[in-house]
Design a protein around this ligand. Structure first.
Ligand code: UDP
Length: 393
């Protein structure tokens, strides 16, 4: 089976890291078509996964695009659609991984008569997107997609509420390779030395810097914790949220936290950095569609506290595999941090239980098997003979 994956992004967000993991399994029989140059392309090349930047002009639809802007950009993407339509004839199935890729892939699929599967990574509500974009994904998938793979029940529910056809949907969680999250205690010590974190209780936050990722909530919580508690922010402003970054630095100054906070920017060594933390805090103020960081913390055997909203509540059993706190509530977050600080044995026991759970429930093998089943059934339903047999999972 030959697969054409489409993603518009040049940078490595959670959706792109998911695609990287899935595409790796189809290395010999897939192509990842991108609509921008950038670190995502570089990473695919580094891992020898076939990748091509289609029409070099990036599409200008953003989350808040008006109808007019969207139509203008649709005019721009006609050559891109033509390119994808021609290219997709060499593949059995088109898989779109972002909303912008869906716009292109859906129309191209009509011309090339190839089935379309959409990977849905977003909670489609007006909290996150413009009204037109909330309607666009269900509208296009209802008309053009053979299946929609949602990354959580929360994502699936929002899709259906926005008018999406429930019968198209299947929930498949992100998958991980547990071995990739094992690090040695020598590495942890070395990293702690390098980052001058020895003797500190380190709370890590691993997210792009964006208002709804709630880094400000962790800063506020820090002010309610002992001086020994330090926050490590790993991630960058991926989509131009520079104003928010300035606000965070101002908040650090106002709260007098400059010697208790470190901003490391985007890092590729997330598992090593997580292992150097005592607790991982995931602080989104809006419902998180899935929350890869939560599973990653579990696989690093680090205790995790996260906001109780969206897909996150499907990942953590409070008190058994982690902690859940209400959204935007710095006091409750500080309570959990202080609890973990005061009782490291209990935190370690919870982290170990979470590790056992996550390494079974979120294994990449299971995710890829389910994705393969969906893709094979879609190709079979079309009565197509697969062009080339790919990796058997
Ligand atoms: N991540 C990373 N480097 C960083 C910060 C984050 O590789 O500096 C990764 C993180 O490990 C996770 C992903 O980015 O795999 C973020 O996924 P998540 O689902 O948590 O959020 P999203 O970006 O999809 O909103």
């Amino acid at each position: 089976m030959k697969i054409l994956f489409l993603d518009h992004s040049g940078v490595l967000g959670g959706a792109e890291l998911f695609l990287l993991d899935v595409a790796r399994r189809y290395q010999d029989s897939c192509l990842v078509g991108l609509m921008a140059e950038g670190s995502f392309k570089a990473r695919l090349e580094q891992e020898h996964i076939p990748v091509r930047v289609l029409n070099k002009q990036a599409i200008a639809v953003n989350r808040d695009s008006s109808i007019w802007q969207s139509l203008m950009s649709l005019r721009q993407i006609v050559p891109l659609i033509a390119e994808v339509a021609a290219l997709s004839r060499e593949y059995d199935v088109i898989c779109t991984n972002t909303a912008k890729a869906l716009v292109v892939g859906a129309i191209a699929s009509l011309f090339s008569r190839r089935p379309l599967v959409h990977f849905l990574h977003d909670i489609l509500t007006v909290e996150h997107f413009s009204q037109i974009n909330v309607r666009l994904v269900p509208g296009l998938t209802n008309r053009f997609a053979a299946r929609v793979i949602a990354n959580s029940k929360a994502t699936q529910t929002a899709f259906v509420s926005a008018g999406g056809n429930a019968k198209l949907t299947e929930v498949i969680y992100n998958g991980f390779v547990p071995e990739r999250f094992q690090t040695s205690s020598a590495n942890e010590l070395q990293l702690r030395q390098e980052l001058e974190l020895e003797g500190r209780f380190v709370v890590g936050n691993f997210s792009r810097l964006s208002p709804w990722k709630g880094q400000h909530v962790l800063l506020e919580a820090l002010a309610h914790c002992p001086d020994n508690v330090t926050a490590l922010f790993v991630g960058d402003a991926l989509f131009g949220e520079d104003e928010y970054v300035d606000c965070l630095h101002q908040q650090v100054a106002e709260l007098g936290l400059h010697d208790r906070v470190k901003f490391l920017g985007f890092r590729a060594d997330v598992s090593e950095l997580m292992s150097a933390c005592d607790l991982v805090a995931h602080t989104s103020t809006s419902p998180e569609p899935f929350g890869r960081v939560i599973v990653e913390a579990m696989l690093c055997q680090r205790p995790i506290v996260a906001t109780a909203a969206g897909g996150v509540v499907e990942l953590i059993e409070p008190g058994a595999t982690g902690w859940l706190v209400p959204s935007n509530n710095a006091e409750k977050l500080a309570e959990v941090i202080n609890e973990c600080y005061a009782d490291p044995d209990r935190s370690t026991a919870i982290a170990q239980r979470a590790y056992q759970y996550a390494s079974q429930a979120f294994h990449l093998d299971g995710t890829c098997q389910k994705v393969t089943q969906v893709l094979e059934s879609v190709v079979a339903d079309q009565g197509l003979t697969p062009i080339q047999t790919g990796t058997v999972l």
